[in-house]
Design a protein around this ligand. Structure first.
Ligand code: CAO
Length: 555
């Protein structure tokens, strides 16, 4: 016997005006327990309302745009054979964040209490994840702040996501972010520290006293990024036809309900590439469908580059366990994003790799001579700092390498600055932080910055703009080994230098073989921008600079 059940909004905390932003079912649909019925959104979070019963939707009592609170009727289900009278009409609350009130602004409550008469002093305080209403750790999917950022009260700091909900965690304080302790891909729980903030003094009239906390970190030279930093307001964020280049994970805020995120994930669609047509730039189901259609139609439009359209979803599924024991481990978020970017770059850019060897016998002798002296000044002098300097000399000699191809494919954008990306191997995958104004820094300064940046990368402390604005990248495997490799161009760069391990080799000097320390260089370049002859000239020039580093002083 069929039984009708009126489904109501479950306990969603004190919220009485959550907006229905999506009705995920239609009259006549059959749903299972836990299937999403509608998606609600508040200022700070979005949440799925799951079905408490299996059955058929016979009536929908709400509309998109309605504002609802706990107990509001949303639809009626015909539950087939009666499931034990199913008396409770209210949809079970999700056991996760959405059933709890919106997160309270983070950090110590005392921090918010201005003391009426006390002279205001900026204080260092922790930014803390508020009570999430669950013990299970949740994923950090976006970090909207970076070290050095000034944040305002209520400004979103991070976005968290569970299977069923995503939410922004706002700040309760204004001030300067002095350190970050989490990164995209981390899992966090209530009470975890997001980072430290030098909270602004509440009284603007008070003369700021010397901070009682440790000194602020020295201002990073890369405060202003030459590229627009990904916007946190999606309404304004123009979505490119293809994704932003960063190898890092952050691409600005993406506004989409958990149901849409899951839908996009199931279809293998990268939300960061999809332009949202909903309110405030929210990505809707239709947007995902349209994007997928567009992606599917691309191979036809580009019939000559058929290989470029193959995705893992096109490949036959193989049950590897039929052949022996297997174990499935998840890719890190960085690895997943890198895989999209690397695949795109590999497919989109016609690559050629030019190989060369530089005689670094003298350079290495000099480095060895200086190594201890440098170490006494706290500088770890590796060959990479010299290479960065030499690369800049070659970029100056061949400006076409310090460029990006305009999206229209008809212009080349030559850059007058020299920001070099350095591939850093981290436990979570490859990231490419950018060292700025390499032309204006000494080799000691570069070596120091290299050490700092790679340490930060490995501790997941790099902000989004630390990975933006590069002109040319270097991927050095010299500390590990190998004789040569073919690095993938890091779009929008047009070339990348791969460096392998130097080796003593017998080199003919015209009369005899001499032992010389030879450094293998592998330059991959975008053949649309650079032709083979130019690439060979570039690598020869580079080898010449490294062969006699006195040349680096000349220009
Ligand atoms: N030939 C021989 N020895 C080299 C060398 C080279 N080309 N490059 C570095 N070395 C030596 C260094 O001098 C150092 O030895 P000493 O301490 O005796 O001087 C040792 O190797 C280790 O160097 P390092 O790797 O720690 O430092 P680095 O400045 O050369 O590199 C960094 C820094 C961050 C680039 C590196 O640690 C790294 O992460 N490399 C991997 C990059 C990567 O994964 N690329 C692949 C991208 S494509 O998947």
């Amino acid at each position: 016997m069929s039984n009708t059940i009126e489904v109501k909004i479950p306990d969603i905390g004190d919220i009485s005006d959550a907006e229905i932003i999506e009705i995920s079912v239609a009259v006549g649909d059959t749903v299972d327990v836990e299937d999403t019925l509608i998606v609600l959104e508040t200022e700070k979070a979005s949440m799925d309302v799951p079905s408490p019963h299996a059955g058929e939707v016979v009536n929908i009592q709400c509309s998109e745009g309605d504002k609802v609170g706990e107990g509001a009727a949303i639809l009626t289900l015909s539950a087939g054979e009666a499931t034990q009278a199913t008396p409770e009409p209210v949809a079970e609350p999700e056991p996760v964040i959405e059933s709890t009130p919106e997160p309270q602004p983070v950090s110590e409550p005392e921090a918010k209490q201005p003391e009426a008469t006390v002279t205001a002093v900026a204080t260092e305080q922790d930014l803390i994840i508020p009570d999430l209403g669950q013990d299970e750790a949740v994923d950090v999917i976006e970090v909207m702040i970076a070290e050095g950022d000034e944040v305002e009260v209520d400004q979103a700091l991070v976005t968290l996501e569970t299977e069923k909900a995503s939410m922004e965690v706002p700040s309760s304080l204004s001030g300067k972010v002095i350190s970050l302790s989490i990164a995209v891909g981390d899992k966090v729980s209530s009470g975890d520290v997001v980072g430290k903030i030098l909270a602004s003094a509440p009284d603007a009239e008070s003369e700021p006293a010397a901070p009682t906390t440790p000194a602020e970190p020295e201002p990073a030279p890369e405060v202003a990024s030459p590229e627009p930093v990904a916007e946190s307001t999606p309404a304004k964020a123009p979505v490119p036809d293809y994704p932003a280049i960063q190898s890092g994970p952050d691409k600005g805020a993406i506004y989409a309900s958990p149901a849409i995120r899951r839908f996009a994930r199931e279809l293998g669609a990268d939300l960061s590439k999809i332009k949202g047509s909903g309110k405030k730039g929210r990505v809707l189901k239709e947007d995902v469908q349209q994007f997928v259609k567009y992606e599917l139609s691309r191979p036809k439009a580009n019939a000559n580059s058929g290989a470029g359209s193959v995705t893992p979803a096109d490949l036959p599924v193989i049950d590897h366990s039929k052949f022996g024991d297997t174990e499935q481990i998840p890719l890190s978020r960085i690895q997943k994003i890198s895989s999209v970017n690397l695949h795109r770059n590999w497919v989109m850019i016609p690559h050629v790799t030019q190989h060369e060897e530089a005689d670094i016998t003298e350079m290495e002798a000099f480095r060895q001579e200086m190594k201890n002296e440098a170490m006494n000044e706290g500088v770890r002098l590796t060959p990479l700092a010299f290479m960065m300097k030499a690369v800049v000399a070659s970029l100056k000699a061949f400006p076409r390498f310090n460029a990006s191809l305009a999206n229209d494919g008809e212009n080349l954008i030559l850059k007058k600055y020299f920001h070099i990306g350095v591939a850093v191997d981290t436990p979570d995958g490859l990231v490419v932080p950018v060292i700025r104004d390499v032309d204006q820094k000494s080799i000691y300064e570069l070596a120091t910055e290299l050490g700092e940046v790679s340490a930060k990368a490995r501790e997941k402390k790099l902000g989004i703009d630390a990975m933006q604005g590069g002109c040319f990248s270097i991927s050095s495997l010299g500390g590990i080994g190998g004789t040569s490799f073919t690095p993938i161009v890091n779009w929008p760069d047009v070339a990348i230098l791969g460096v392998s391990k130097s080796q003593m080799k017998p080199v003919w000097n015209g009369e005899s073989f001499e032992p010389r320390l030879m450094l293998p260089l592998s330059l991959s370049y975008d053949h649309r921008v650079i032709d083979g002859a130019l690439a060979a000239k570039f690598t020869s020039h580079l080898a010449q600079q490294l062969g006699d580093i006195r040349r680096l002083l000349l220009k």
